[in-house]
Design a protein around this ligand. Structure first.
Ligand code: PGA
Length: 250
């Protein structure tokens, strides 16, 4: 079980520091926690987290190792600032920065070359779901976004229906289960990388303290990627407790 906080372009530094300290002050093992923090805060948050249980990640990286890319951040820089994982292909980056699945794969290769783990986001828009194309879109994104030869023990997938992100609208448990099963059965077909363990598949999109237990109880749901609720230490901890309770049942 993995519960990841995606802070996006939030909050101000003083709040971020206290939140990180709050995350660090409880032990939630064996639940694995990840914090995707804004890039300028990584060094500060890394110092706050120290050698605790929370893994620190960046929210994007460039596909090149270095060069004339004003405003971009390289995988090596993330690593230098204390990150050991990067979130790639979030739908906000795909929509706001025109990122394609091929670009996401190039970024993933760069991240891997710098020793970072990679969490790749997939998800259909509302129109695509209404048109009955959700599964095809997500599987196509999966096939192209994940480098075919990447070692699967460095990879995590987050399924996040675009229409469920930040809207309070959650996909139905049936729809989540169907999509996670489709992703889980596609992964071994499309990726020849070394399989040390199954690739974790997280659900994201309005996960909160109230709905987490039901979502995390589904087959092939190995955790949650949490935006809004991760800006509240208690709500985030409560989601992590649901994950821990689920682990003790299974
Ligand atoms: P949300 O965001 O939990 O606020 O819906 C999830 C995400 O975008 O990762």
């Amino acid at each position: 079980m993995i519960i990841a906080a995606n802070w996006k372009m939030n909050p101000p530094l003083d709040v971020a520091g206290s939140l990180a300290t709050a995350f660090n002050s409880v032990s939630l093992q064996p639940v694995k926690r990840i914090l995707f923090a804004p890039h300028p805060y990584l060094t500060t948050i890394s110092a706050r987290l120290g050698r605790g249980e929370v893994q620190l990640g960046g929210q994007d990286c460039h596909q090149d190792a270095a060069g004339a890319h004003t405003g971009d951040v390289s995988a090596g820089m993330l690593r230098d600032c204390g990150a050991s994982i990067v979130l790639l292909g979030h739908s906000e980056r795909r929509a706001n920065h025109g990122e394609t699945s091929a670009l996401v794969a190039a970024k993933a290769r760069q991240a891997l070359a710098h020793g970072l783990d990679v969490m790749i986001c997939l998800g259909e828009t509302e129109d695509e779901r209404q048109a009955g194309q959700a599964e095809q879109i997500v599987i196509d994104q999966l096939r192209v976004s994940v480098p075919g030869d990447m070692s699967q023990d460095r990879l995590m997938i987050a399924y996040e229906p675009v229409w469920a992100i930040g809207t309070g609208e959650v996909a139905s448990l049936d729809d989540i289960a169907t999509m996670h099963n489709a992703i889980a059965s596609e992964l071994p077909k499309t990726h020849s990388g070394k399989v040390a363990q199954p690739v974790p598949i997280l659900y994201g999109g309005s996960v909160n303290a109230q709905n987490a237990a039901d979502i995390l109880a589904l087959d092939n749901v190995d955790g949650g990627l949490v935006g809004g609720a991760s800006l509240d230490a208690e709500a985030f901890a409560s989601i992590c407790y649901s994950a821990r309770a689920q682990l003790s049942k299974s």
